[in-house]
Design a protein around this ligand. Structure first.
Ligand code: AMP
Ligand code: ZN
Length: 133
């Protein structure tokens, strides 16, 4: 398969492994946006979150927690952002679902989740809540 992350899993492309178990591989991002920026991928190829079963998601969640714990233990950041760019419009460049672990350090100049987008649309949360009833 012509997927860069599957090639990493197949050892056709090297990686700097942070954590590995039967379900996930976590490795240092080659273009880090922070010290210790780590990518966690499932060992099965799923394009995005919606292609994963609940069981697959749970297995990855366990691995993600362990990988983040390893980053925390080794680098001792002051905080972390953890998330997925799920879909091209959300910034997903590699179509093999992956979680970013972005360690955060006091005074690093970074933002929070609200800095991803500031375009709330024209419906209030109260109006939108109708869709969830
Ligand atoms: P995304 O934009 O969410 O698809 O993120 C893909 C991430 O994979 C980016 O942060 C890239 O820097 C990272 N990346 C791409 N190729 C490699 C590679 N060979 N080894 C490690 N990280 C990679
Ligand atoms: Zn893949």
């Amino acid at each position: 398969m012509n997927c860069i992350f599957c090639k990493i899993l197949n050892k056709e492309i090297p990686n700097y492994t942070v954590y590995e178990d039967e379900n996930v591989l976590a490795f240092l991002d080659i273009f880090p946006c922070a010290k210790g920026h780590t990518v966690v991928i499932p060992k099965k190829h799923f394009e995005n979150l919606w292609n994963m079963s609940v069981e697959d998601f749970q297995a990855v969640s366990t691995g993600l927690r362990a990988a983040a714990g390893r980053v925390q233990a080794r680098l001792k950041p002051d905080g972390m952002n953890i998330g997925i760019n799920n879909g091209e419009v959300a910034g997903q460049a590699v179509p093999h679902v992956h979680w970013h672990i972005i360690p955060r350090y006091t005074g690093d100049g970074g933002g929070n989740m609200h800095s991803i987008i500031k375009n709330p649309g024209d419906q209030t949360p109260v109006a939108l809540s109708e869709l969830f009833k």
